[in-house]
Design a protein around this ligand. Structure first.
Ligand code: SIN
Length: 293
C-alpha cells in the first residue's frame, strides 16, 4: 500500500514552497522562471511531483520563455485543440473575450488534459497575462488522494480495469453549435460514443515516483473496457464524485504574470466561465507524457 500522502513542504535549498491546501498544491517563491539554474529546476521538478501543482507569481515570461521552460521537463505535448499562436505552435492561446455566454467554455468540467491521446500530456503549464477582476479561478483535485482513500476492496476491483476516453462527443457538440448557434451544448450520455475511444488504465502509476492515482474525469471518460455502458456508468459516476470532493481540492486565484504548472498524472482541473463582461488571456503549454501504465 502507498504511504499516506501529506502535502507538507519538502526540504529545498534553492526554492521556498508554501502549501495551498491540505490536499495538494504549493506556491513557490524566490525563483525567476526565466532564469532557473539546474539545481532550482530539479527542486521544482521534485516539488511538482510531490504537490501535484505549483504556482509562481510575478513571472514576466514571453512565449519563447514559456517554451524554454516547458522543454526543460521534456518534449512539447501534442495539442489536440489549437494550432498555437503565430510563430509558437506549442503555445496555446486560452483567451476568453468579453462576449456572450459560450456553449463550450474551454476547460469547463473536471478533466485531465487530452486522455484520449495515446500519450496524454504529463505536465501542463498555464501563464496569465490578463485576468478578470473576479471569477476565472481554476480548481484542481488530487487523483492521488482519491486513489489513496478508496477501500482495499474498491482498489482490488479497479486493478487491471482500463478506462475508455474520447473527445468525439465534444467535437460533435461544437460542430452542432457552429452550424446553429441556438443549440446548447449538451453532454448527455446518449450522445457519448464508445467507437473511437482510447483505453488507458483506470489506476495509473507515476513513472518518476511510483505513486498511484485514479485516471477518470467528467469530460472524456466514457466507459470501461469489457463492461457494458450500464455497468460502467455507476462505477465512473462514483469515482468522479469521490475524486472531486472538496477535501481533495485546491483553488488557484489568478493575477497577471502568474505561471501555474500541474502534473496530469496526479490531478484533475476545472475552469469557470463566471466573469461575464471581462477578458481573460492565458497561454498554455504541455509536456509530452508516457503511455499511461
Ligand atoms: C485548461 O483546462 O487547461 C484551462 C484552465 C483554465 O483556463 O483555467
Amino acid at each position: 500500500m502507498d504511504a499516506a500522502f501529506r502535502n507538507s513542504p519538502l526540504s529545498h535549498r534553492r526554492i521556498a514552497t508554501h502549501p495551498i491546501a491540505s490536499a495538494m498544491g504549493a506556491e513557490v517563491s524566490d525563483v525567476d522562471l526565466a532564469r532557473l539554474d539546474d539545481e532550482q529546476f530539479e527542486e521544482i521538478r521534485r516539488a511538482l511531483y510531490h504537490h501535484g501543482l505549483l504556482s509562481f507569481r510575478g513571472q514576466r515570461l514571453d512565449h519563447g520563455d514559456q517554451e524554454a521552460l516547458t522543454v526543460r521537463f521534456g518534449p512539447h505535448g501534442v495539442d489536440a485543440f489549437t494550432d498555437g499562436v503565430v510563430g509558437h505552435p506549442d503555445i496555446q492561446p486560452v483567451v476568453r473575450e468579453p462576449g456572450p455566454e459560450l456553449p463550450i467554455f474551454f476547460g469547463a468540467n473536471w478533466h485531465t488534459d487530452s486522455p484520449f491521446l495515446p500519450q496524454p500530456p504529463a505536465i501542463s503549464m498555464l501563464r496569465s497575462v490578463e485576468v478578470p477582476p473576479y471569477g476565472g479561478d481554476t480548481l484542481f483535485t488530487s487523483t492521488r488522494l482519491a486513489y489513496e482513500r478508496l477501500s482495499p476492496g474498491m482498489r482490488e476491483l479497479l486493478s487491471g480495469l482500463r478506462g475508455l476516453y474520447t473527445r468525439a462527443h465534444l467535437t460533435r457538440a461544437k460542430e452542432q453549435w457552429d452550424d446553429d448557434p441556438s443549440r446548447r451544448f449538451d453532454l448527455s450520455p446518449v450522445e457519448r460514443d464508445l467507437t473511437d475511444a482510447t483505453s488507458h488504465p483506470l489506476v495509473r502509476t507515476h513513472p518518476e515516483t511510483g505513486t498511484r492515482s485514479l485516471y477518470v474525469d467528467v469530460n472524456y471518460t466514457i466507459g470501461i473496457e469489457g463492461l457494458h455502458r450500464a455497468e460502467a456508468a455507476p462505477i465512473l459516476d462514483y469515482l468522479v464524485r469521490h475524486t472531486t470532493q472538496p477535501a481533495f481540492t485546491c483553488r488557484v486565484r489568478w493575477e497577471p504574470d502568474m505561471v501555474v504548472m500541474w502534473d496530469n498524472r496526479l490531478v484533475l482541473h476545472q475552469a469557470f466561465d463566471d466573469f461575464a463582461g471581462y477578458r481573460r488571456e492565458m497561454y498554455r503549454s504541455t509536456v509530452l507524457g508516457e503511455v499511461p501504465r
